[in-house]
Write a protein that binds this ligand. Structure first.
Ligand code: GDP
Ligand code: MN
Length: 376
């Protein structure tokens, strides 16, 4: 879950990571009020959950009231990467002398938390990674949940020009690491990590992504979700107890169990098709879930076929069959259904479905092959 910069700044402040004072405004009147308290110049920044706001014209330093109002209105009217601007952050402008980059994130391949740091901040790190990969340093926490300052000192010395900055960066980054773990982040990024007019380090931007799987224990943070950025179908699926992720393809998949759902998507790909979604109806067998799954999947106009792949263990195939039959009674199926059922109560399920004129498969390969064929 991404949170807005103004929310991430609040987290930074809680962890004593220096940020410029500021507030968030909906109207130019509110923005003026904040700016008067702070004193000019201020920076105004579109609060959208996408990167590259600067390039898109969503960030502007303004030095007087009339300019604030006109720039506020300009930014408010922007659409940045498809998103309208609802809120604008007004913060005391930092007199930026130099821009660094720092992030704490997860290296999935190494299975470790990594600090990524560069003296080439401000720009998007992906750009630097392409053009000057040697200018980006990585420091692995090696399973630790705190910054090993002695080992880190060697990295800090390569990035920051003097011991005062090395020390202050180390102290701030140790706090960023603390925030990363305490708030169950998958990313905590400061870009630019700036030197201000007094020569001190300060976070001039704040980006935090919280691991969705940890939201159950991050009650406060999870309330920060901006629903505008969530897929309505995915939210509804979650509400109905389904794990659902929309994809680009045209084979709708309904599967029991996350592992089999992944395997099904792989099989669809291997046999020449493209899955339209990941969907796990869960381990238990509730006919209602099959009905809900079909309804959600069928909203996708790309769907050419629906593949139901059930390996019955705790899930009973006859419950799934009941769900399918119930759905067929309620919705007119615009695409063919390919059903593979095996395991608990398989024979009962197959008989129920055969009576309704539906063919079923026991072999996953046969079912997937048939489903892919029907998309061509
Ligand atoms: P992003 O483009 O979405 O990452 O937005 P940022 O908040 O990082 O802002 C983009 C750029 O605007 C930064 O790299 C800075 O160069 C500039 N900027 C942001 N805040 C300030 C500020 O307080 N003072 C100055 N002088 N420049 C700023
Ligand atoms: Mn930035």
């Amino acid at each position: 879950m991404k949170i807005h910069e103004y929310q991430a700044r609040d987290l930074f402040a809680q962890f004593e990571i220096p940020v410029a004072q500021g507030g968030v405004a909906q109207t130019s009147g509110e923005a003026l009020e904040i700016a008067r308290k702070l004193g000019f110049p201020v920076v105004i920044k579109a609060q959208v959950l996408v990167g590259g706001r600067g390039k898109a014209g969503g960030v502007k330093v303004v030095s007087q009231e009339a300019e604030l109002v006109s720039e506020f209105n300009r930014i408010k009217a922007l659409t940045i990467k498809g998103y309208t601007v609802d809120l604008i952050l007004v913060a005391k402008a930092i007199d930026i002398q130099k821009e660094y980059y720092v992030a704490v994130t997860i290296d999935n391949i190494k299975g470790d938390v990594v600090i990524i740091i560069s003296a080439e901040g401000g720009v998007e790190i992906e750009e630097t990674a392409k053009t000057n990969p040697e200018k980006i340093l990585k420091f692995y926490l090696q399973g630790e949940k705190t910054l090993d300052e002695r080992r880190w000192a060697l990295v800090a010395a390569q990035i920051f020009p003097d011991t005062r900055l090395q020390k202050s960066a180390t102290s701030i980054i140790a706090k960023l690491v603390k925030l990363f773990f305490e708030k169950d982040c998958s990313l905590a990024e400061i870009n630019p990590f700036a030197i201000n007019g007094e020569g001190n380090l300060i976070a001039a931007d704040a980006k935090v992504i919280i691991d969705d799987n940890a939201l159950y224990r991050q009650e406060k943070v999870s309330q920060l979700r901006d629903l505008k950025y969530d897929d309505a179908d995915e939210l509804e699926a979650k509400d109905k107890g389904l794990s659902f992720v929309k994809l680009e393809g045209n084979v709708g998949c309904i599967v029991n169990g996350a592992g089999l759902a992944m395997g099904t998507m792989d099989a669809v790909n291997l046999l020449g098709g493209t899955p339209a979604n990941f969907l796990d109806v869960g381990g238990s067998s509730n006919p209602e879930k099959v009905l809900n799954a079909l309804k959600i999947i069928l909203r996708n106009p790309d769907i050419k076929v629906i593949l139901i792949n059930i390996f019955g263990g705790i899930t009973r195939c006859d419950d799934i069959a009941t769900g399918i039959l119930k759905a067929l009674n309620q919705i007119k199926m615009p695409v063919p259904l390919v059903i593979r059922l095996t395991g608990t109560n398989e024979a009962i399920a197959k008989e129920m479905l055969a009576k309704a004129g539906l063919t079923t498969y026991s072999s996953m390969r046969q079912a997937v092959t048939e489903a892919v064929k029907l998309t061509k």
